[in-house]
Design a protein around this ligand. Structure first.
Ligand SMILES: Cc1cc2nc3c(=O)[nH]c(=O)nc-3n(C[C@H](O)[C@H](O)[C@H](O)COP(=O)(O)OP(=O)(O)OC[C@H]3O[C@@H](n4cnc5c(N)ncnc54)[C@H](O)[C@@H]3O)c2cc1C
Length: 415
């Protein structure tokens, strides 16, 4: 291990910046392949940002790019809906946000959407399969799982969703439409719901589990297998040093043979001084955690498709997550969006109306326009990306870690 206070010498370590689920899974994958790894995390603990309290879904088949042909009619509908899951703060977004929206609009076309979805599905499917292998090693918190049931409040939305599902089946999506009368047999807890859904779509291969807990277990595994995890160590700069790459931290310099930027939305600021411009847009989301769960721990977990809210049983608690707020890098909580989540949760489970959330959370998703993460080599030698996982970082982290590890080892140039 290099002495951080001295001038660094050549080293064969791989440096990973970011201790969220993506950076930790990257470190795990590299460690498993026998590499020496140094991981740097700004926070005092791991998974303190987007990976802290997300929706918990591992979306094998339901994971799709957000920008799709279906979003246009939804946008019109949301104009008149006080529970709309979208908020745009034009002044806070800045020029980068507007330019991102413009490039996202190119993916509204069905043909482009299906191409992106097909590539994304290859990743989600392989990632969830990988997580199931990893879980035995880290004693992961994945629920045994009865999949995820999407609920549609109106007949029109349900018809549209089934139409889109038929177009997506050739990609390999596995899902089962469920008529309104059969929903209660999938999720008996819905019997007392205030809403009568028009129908549902069940994704039997989707799973769910606590991302933060998995991150903690990965950190434990990595550390016990010889990796150096540097907590409370923000990387201030990434520099080229001859045939190596190094990071500057307040504790000194660290040198390695390769470096992976896995810093969520902060990847943008880290990469920019290297001349790497990342087309990532921060999109804020909110979550609440209730100390009781009307859903059994085996699920199925639910998703209110109409309001883009997920309801996930996690270890005796219920995690409710949603909202897409375009407000630049501001990650502060706005109470009115928490109220919206609470009202939606109480629609499905009236017994939650008087229950206080024990954890309210807001964080930023690092979104790409086409929904595909940014992976692999950059124009700067030895610098690799593993970022831009948007709403699917927990789902995708295993596959993206594998692809980036392959790229570092020269097994594939463009994952
Ligand atoms: C409301 C909501 C619900 C979601 N639900 C789901 C879901 O159900 N399923 C799913 O798959 N995904 C979900 N996601 C998305 C998922 O949470 C994210 O994609 C994932 O957590 C991103 O992980 P990450 O490691 O890239 O980023 P983060 O978890 O944000 O981690 C980045 C880390 O980098 C560190 N860092 C930043 N800069 C530096 C620096 N200079 N030096 C050192 N460290 C640095 C940060 O401190 C942070 O710990 C959801 C997101 C939101 C907002």
């Amino acid at each position: 291990m290099p002495d951080p206070s001295s001038t660094p010498g050549p080293d064969d370590a791989i440096l990973v910046v970011g201790g969220g689920i993506v950076g930790l899974t990257q470190a795990y994958m590299l460690c498993r392949r026998g590499h020496r790894v140094h991981l740097f995390e700004s926070g005092a603990g791991f998974a303190g940002r987007a990976s802290h309290a997300n929706g918990g879904h591992l979306s094998t088949d339901s994971g799709a790019p957000w920008v799709s042909p279906s979003i246009l009619p939804e946008l019109v509908h949301w104009l008149f809906d006080s529970h709309r899951p979208l908020s745009v703060k034009p002044m806070a977004m800045g020029w980068a946000g507007w330019s991102w929206l413009l490039s996202a609009s190119r993916h509204l076309r069905l043909d482009r959407y299906l191409v992106s979805h097909s590539r994304l599905h290859a990743l989600t499917e392989s990632s969830v399969a990988l997580w199931q292998r990893i879980e035995s090693e880290i004693a992961s918190p994945l629920a045994p799982g009865r999949g995820v049931l999407y609920l549609y409040r109106s007949a029109h939305e349900w018809d549209e969703a089934r139409g889109m599902l038929e177009r997506e089946r050739p990609i390999g999506i596995q899902a089962v439409p469920v008529a309104a009368g059969e929903l209660a047999s999938f999720a008996p807890a819905l019997a007392t719901a205030k809403v009568r859904p028009a129908g549902g779509i069940w994704y039997p291969r989707d799973r769910f589990g606590d991302c933060r807990e998995a991150a903690g277990r990965l950190a434990g595994w990595i550390e016990s297998h010889g990796a150096c995890l540097h907590r409370d160590t923000p990387v201030m700069a990434i520099e080229q040093a001859g045939g190596s790459i190094r990071v500057r931290t307040r504790h000194g310099l660290w040198i390695g043979q390769a470096l992976v930027i896995a810093a969520g939305v902060d990847s943008v600021r880290l990469a920019r001084p290297l001349g790497i411009r990342l087309a990532l847009c921060p999109v804020k989301g909110y979550t609440r955690t209730y100390p009781i769960s009307p859903l059994p721990s085996t699920g199925p977990a639910l998703a209110d498709h109409s309001r883009k809210v997920v309801l996930t049983p996690l270890g005796g608690t219920l995690r409710v997550a949603g909202m897409a707020e375009f407000a630049g890098f501001d990650d502060r909580l706005e109470p009115r969006y928490l109220t919206r989540l609470h009202e939606t949760a109480s629609d499905w489970f009236p017994e939650l109306a008087t229950v206080q959330s024990t954890l309210d959370w807001a964080c930023l998703r690092a979104m790409t326009a086409d929904g595909l993460p940014l992976l692999g080599p950059t124009r700067v030698p030895r610098v690799f990306l593993n970022t831009g996982h948007g709403p699917l970082g927990w789902t995708l982290a295993a596959a993206t870690a594998e692809r980036v590890a392959d790229a570092i080892e020269g097994r594939n140039e463009a994952p």
